[in-house]
Design a protein around this ligand. Sequence first.
Ligand SMILES: NC(=O)c1ccc[n+]([C@@H]2O[C@H](COP(=O)([O-])OP(=O)(O)OC[C@H]3O[C@@H](n4cnc5c(N)ncnc54)[C@H](O)[C@@H]3O)[C@@H](O)[C@H]2O)c1
Length: 338
Amino acid sequence: MKLEVCIVGLGRAGRFHLNSVKQLDKFRLKYVVEPNLSMAKEVLGDIDSTVTDDIDKALSDPSLDAVIVSSPTQFHYEHVRKSLEAGKNVFSEKPLGKTLEEIQTCFDLAHSKGLALHLGFQRRCDKNFNDLKESIKHIGQIRTIKTSSRDNPQPSFEYLKTSGNIFHDMLIHDFDMLIYLLGYKIPESVFAFGHAYDNDIASIPDFDTVLVTIKYPDGLICSIDTSRISVYGYDQRIELFGDLGMAIAENQRDSTVNLYTSAGTIQRPINYSFPQRYRESYYKEIEGFANEIDNKILYNVSRKECILGHVIANAAHESATTNTVVDFSKFKPLLIEN
Ligand SMILES: NC(=O)c1ccc[n+]([C@@H]2O[C@H](COP(=O)([O-])OP(=O)(O)OC[C@H]3O[C@@H](n4cnc5c(N)ncnc54)[C@H](O)[C@@H]3O)[C@@H](O)[C@H]2O)c1
């Protein structure tokens, strides 16, 4: 039987989720909730779905099984909470909520109602990063990790104003990747420097360029550099350096062809932006969501992992805004066992 689904917010993220829903036999798109009705109707074309600007209308439909929340960040918590309260399985874009209380409420609701709560950390579905995770067994004890995470093109000012901040909007993916690759590992200290080259971003106030360093009790040191703009394409690389070797996940390119002439060597460009880089992962995460609903699997990311990522983002933000090394032990009371 098909799962009836609703997409909330049909912007950049809503559209890649729409593509996945269209490709998956498992889903039937019943509603799109979007304040820009004419845009949504145009994007949907001849798809037979109801377009509304009222989420309550969709949620009051008893035949609706699932909701994909891809509205602007400031609405995630409200849309996720309402959907779970209405008995719908939920896929939510990151971040789930702005506070730990909001995150806990969402997990409590999903748990008490036995509903799937899937978080949109698509890098967990990326074949390169999964291969990297598999490679860990060959490189001994990991001593350093270097991650580059540079967006392209720079998101609109409208988006950035309501995104939370670069730590919760962008770096949250990198913190989640550390949790995914290393398992549940609690840092010892976090240090971050940030700068805003863009005056609009400075006025929010937020940073567009950040370097975060995380140290773990066993000696592992990680650095993550991030930028809101990268003129040569969407740059997402991870290097793991261990006592027995090194594993690197490089960028994806539009083509594997290298051109060699007397003038030098030209490589084809790396993928332009996230819809190209993570096309397959965006599909796999929605496919995974359908499987979780079918098999009554509640989470793809556990509550304790989600909380740890959120708290690392808070620690990095605190460090960058106070120019201090943040002792992570003070956050331990906020972390949970399960
Ligand atoms: N995982 C990823 O790779 C990824 C990539 C991009 C965006 N995102 C996340 O997706 C979310 C949306 O980002 P985006 O880039 O698509 O933004 P966007 O501005 O392109 O799109 C947001 C859409 O939501 C609509 N909207 C506004 N208020 C609404 C409301 N109350 N109810 C329903 N819809 C509403 C807007 O009209 C717009 O069409 C953000 O939280 C962002 O963090 C994740």
